[in-house]
Design a protein around this ligand. Structure first.
Ligand code: PLP
Length: 375
């Protein structure tokens, strides 16, 4: 944490302090604990969110200020500010500006690449389980999806991925770190895979959780897009920058590929979102704070898993995946009654639960009720 930015600043910025103070005087009989969610008392209907891999600290207060100010101009169309943001990202990623496009979240680019994939008429190869965004689009084209089960250690099975690629494959989706299993793909193996298979198929690498990784065996594949028009990298501001409902995402690809992707863009990106992102991406201290807190929260969960002898996957993102030894829906329902909402059940592992990290003090509370219910 830097000298001029304290945790109290984040709290003030997100309204949590004000909400917490209010709680003391207005807490009703329904109040479950001392926490607030959206500034209100925690209840089963207003739970602490550990469900959608969101940033529990919210938008950087400096970016929030800029966003609010920018709404004064939100009645006008804006076609130029995206270039400023692209300039900043290009510098950060060491990419030419014409290799980057910005959209309303990475979901927009999962849709665009899914459409390109669907229109190609070939098969899509992807790990199982993984994030579902691209599947929603290809399903509209009747695309045949080859789902490659993860390995026994729950990492993406790159050997099996290789074997699954056939002459019919025109698209390969990889989520790195993966979701709902927060594993990573070893960088050399991934680079070799990309260089070999991008000769025959478009490879979409979804790096939504890129900023959370602290493992030397991981690397972005952004450097490959310059020389390989069949590789597309997706990033989002929804996670580390807490822009889930502000909507900023990026595609990195060769200019020829971006031209095709842009055919499926919905239009301009909201000016307040662009201005907020320009501020947020230039404040690494906030991102570091969020990542530090994330690992604090992960450690609280690991301790509980070890104590309860629950198998889990080492997390390289802001969520964990653990074997609860009972139906994930049952666990979800029980925790919700105590004001904690965890992720939904994911096939093919009905007994595994995905828990997004909240603030460490909220994780402590979660551990307390988990042990009470299932310990
Ligand atoms: N990709 C992955 C792997 C995700 O987990 C998510 C959201 O949870 C997204 C993409 C969607 O992100 P965005 O909000 O940028 O559309």
């Amino acid at each position: 944490m830097t000298k001029n930015i304290t945790r109290r600043d984040w709290l003030v910025g997100t309204g949590a302090v004000a909400g917490g103070m209010m709680l003391g005087s207005t807490a009703s009989a329904q109040t479950i604990n001392d926490f607030t969610a959206f500034g209100d008392a925690v209840t089963p209907d207003n739970p602490i969110r550990m469900t959608n891999n969101e940033n529990p600290y919210g938008i950087n207060p400096k970016a929030m200020k800029v966003i609010i100010e920018a709404y004064k101009r939100a009645h006008t169309y804006n076609f130029t500010t995206s270039r400023e943001l692209i300039k900043i990202i290009a510098k950060m990623e060491n990419l030419p500006e014409d290799h980057i496009t910005v959209g309303a979240g990475s979901g927009e680019f999962l849709m665009a690449t899914g459409a390109l994939c669907g229109m190609s008429g070939g098969d899509l190869v992807a790990p199982f389980p993984t994030y579902g965004g691209i599947f929603r689009t290809v399903s509209n084209f009747g695309t045949n999806v080859i789902r490659v089960p993860v390995a026994d250690d729950m990492t993406i099975d790159m050997d099996a991925m290789r074997k699954a690629v056939t002459d019919k494959t025109t698209c390969i989706y990889l989520c790195n770190p993966n979701n709902p299993i927060p594993s990573i793909i070893e960088k050399k193996a991934l680079e070799e895979f990309c260089l070999e298979f991008s000769k025959k198929a478009m490879i979409v690498i979804d790096e939504a959780y890129y900023e959370y990784v602290r493992d030397d065996s991981f690397s972005t594949m952004a450097h490959l897009v310059k020389d390989n028009p069949n590789i597309v990298i997706l990033r989002t501001a929804s996670k580390i920058h807490a822009f889930a409902n502000v909507r900023i995402g990026f595609a990195f690809a060769h200019p020829d590929t971006l031209k095709e992707i842009r055919k499926f863009r919905s239009g301009t990106v909201a000016y307040p979102s662009l201005m907020g992102a320009i501020e947020s991406y230039q404040d690494p201290a906030y991102s570091k704070f969020v990542v530090d807190k994330n690992y604090e929260s992960l450690n609280i969960l690991y301790k509980m898993f070890d104590e309860l002898e629950m198998p889990y996957v080492n997390a390289h993102a802001n969520f964990v995946y653990a074997n609860a030894g009972r139906d994930a829906d049952e666990v979800r329902d029980k925790l919700r009654q105590s004001g904690v909402l965890i992720g939904r059940k994911y096939e093919p592992f009905p007994n595994w639960i995905r828990i997004s990290t909240a603030k460490p003090e909220e994780m402590d509370y979660m551990v307390k009720i988990y042990k009470r219910e299932f310990g």
